[in-house]
Design a protein around this ligand. Structure first.
Ligand code: HEM
Length: 482
């Protein structure tokens, strides 16, 4: 198909795509060494933006040889071009959830789960529609269930801080809380520790998730191990059989506990086994994997803003709860500062940084300054932090501004993209936006509300983890007023 200038809505100059894939085999390996070890992710992109004087360019993305047969992508690194990834008429999302490679379906009982399906595959609408509805049916449990889980989690943190060590490991406590919430929500409020999983559910999921993601992660070992790690993680995929026995237990626990949900799935026309493997992926990978990183990230940013913000949050939360007579979904809507800091966290540090999609047809992609031709079948890759920290959209884009989305600032919500869609759009069977979007926002708000009803402020230590951040709480100040 010939490209037409009518595709180029803003009449930007049509330019040749800059960048290079380098020599076959060697190019992708050089690029992934720069990306993981020599430069690091952010610098990898920012140096190339400068070099090519463009926020759109050609590059390779890990893993490359021998795991992905084609590591070539067109990187989109600004808020103007990124949304093409959500246009399901123009792009296809078949098996691209993890990028330029796909972990074996042996990790998921032989099924391609919802996140790997394109919107043109009938199973996508069937499975996604079913889970959107399953969430709707359980919406009245969100607040009471999460509040009771939070109450246990905060008590555990208090025990740690007032105990001998004087510290509490936020991540471990909130991994367990995230798993408990998702398991109870989908499994008729059953306590996961009373199943075959005992207390091992979160650990089993951690291993199962990281084995799928190893080719695109680094364990951040000291520099001298870089080459060894690269060979170990990116030469052949980790076989699913290494997680088979724990996955079997997860399957048994979910299939025997999610009785109502699986009955609903059969009525909706899904095979029970396929529904259960999807349930494990949605509760375990999408939800648990997301929440266990989302809560520490939120807490880190709130913590780093210090006592003044804590006081403002506590004042807002306590006043609304008093006026509304309790914590409800409606009362959470009346807290502009709480809402804004949650969105600001999602803007400044989106949990899932990468989104991939293949051009369904020849098309034109536009940055702020230029238009570029993309051929059918070429892979588009968005590194989200560069889109949501685009200085052409956001003032002080690199700074956490707590009130950014208050009042007029709400107009900027269309540039918050963490859910694989605009914050102003909704997930549906016709798109690939996260169906947990509203639940995630709700739980983040609820987390802050419960925290600042109990405490005035806190102190913490933080360091980078293999995925996300690790938080240790060192002090908590109980609420001086309620
Ligand atoms: C902090 C938590 C979460 C984050 C950061 C997150 C993020 C995302 C992102 C970025 C995608 C799109 C991936 C892509 O195709 O490139 C996605 C898809 C998806 N998420 Fe979430 N998610 C979270 C929680 C949840 C929850 C609670 C659920 C379910 C209840 C869920 C279910 C899904 C499903 C099923 C998909 C695939 C959608 C489709 O195929 O159309 N996620 N999520």
């Amino acid at each position: 198909m010939a490209f037409t200038t009518t595709n180029n809505d803003n009449h930007l100059p049509l330019k040749q795509l800059p960048g290079s894939y380098g020599l076959p085999f060697i190019g992708p390996i050089f690029d992934r060494h720069d990306y993981f070890y020599n430069q690091g992710r952010d610098k990898f992109f920012s140096t190339r933006i400068q070099k090519y004087n463009s926020t759109i360019f050609k590059t390779n993305m890990p893993p490359g040889p021998f795991i992905s047969s084609n590591p070539r992508v067109i990187a989109l690194l600004d808020a103007a071009s990124f949304p093409i990834l959500f246009d399901n008429e123009k792009v296809e999302k078949h098996n691209v959830f993890d990028g330029t490679f796909m972990p074996s379906t042996n990790f998921t009982g032989g099924y391609r789960v919802c996140a790997q399906l394109d919107t043109t595959e009938p199973n996508h609408a069937l499975i996604k529609g079913f889970f959107l509805n399953a969430l709707l049916l359980r919406k009245d449990s969100f607040v009471p269930l999460f509040r009771s889980i939070l109450s246990e989690a905060f008590s555990e943190i208090e025990e740690g801080v007032s105990g001998k060590s004087g510290k509490a490991d936020f991540n471990t406590i909130f991994s367990v809380a995230s798993f408990d919430f998702m398991f109870r929500l989908f499994c008729d409020n059953k306590d996961p520790s009373e199943t075959i999983l005992g207390s091992q559910g979160p650990k089993m999921l951690d291993t199962w998730i990281i084995f799928q993601l190893f080719p695109i992660e680094t364990l951040k070992f000291p520099k001298i191990f870089n080459y060894l790690e690269d060979i170990l993680l990116r030469t052949v995929p980790f076989p699913a059989c290494l997680t088979r026995s724990s996955y079997k237990k997860l399957y048994e626990a979910f299939s025997s506990s999610a009785v109502t949900l699986l009955n609903e799935a059969e009525k909706a026309g899904l095979k029970r086994a396929e529904a259960c493997h999807n349930l494990i992926f949605i509760a375990g990978f999408n939800s648990y994997g997301g929440f266990k990183n989302q809560f520490p990230t939120l807490f880190k940013w709130i913590g780093s803003c210090g006592k003044t913000l804590h006081k403002e949050l506590a004042n807002e939360i306590r006043a609304v709860v008093k006026y509304e007579g309790g914590v409800t979904i409606q009362s959470l809507e009346k807290m502009p500062l709480v809402k804004s800091v949650v969105y600001e966290t999602m803007r400044i540090e989106p949990i899932v940084r990468y989104q991939y999609a293949k051009a369904r047809e020849d098309l034109i992609v536009e940055s702020h300054d230029a238009a570029f031709e993309v051929k059918k079948g070429e892979m588009l890759f968005g590194y989200q932090p560069f889109a949501t920290k685009d200085p052409r959209i956001f003032d002080d884009a690199e700074v956490f501004v707590p009130k950014r989305f208050v009042g007029e600032g709400e107009k900027l919500l269309k540039y918050v993209l963490w859910s694989n869609g605009k914050e102003t759009d909704e997930a549906s069977v016709d798109n690939k936006q996260c169906p947990g979007k509203n639940l995630v926002v709700l739980l983040c708000r609820l987390f802050l509300v419960e925290f600042f009803l109990r405490y005035d402020t806190f102190e913490f230590e933080t360091k980078e983890a293999v995925v996300g951040v690790s938080i240790t709480i060192t002090s908590l100040t109980k609420a001086s007023s309620t």
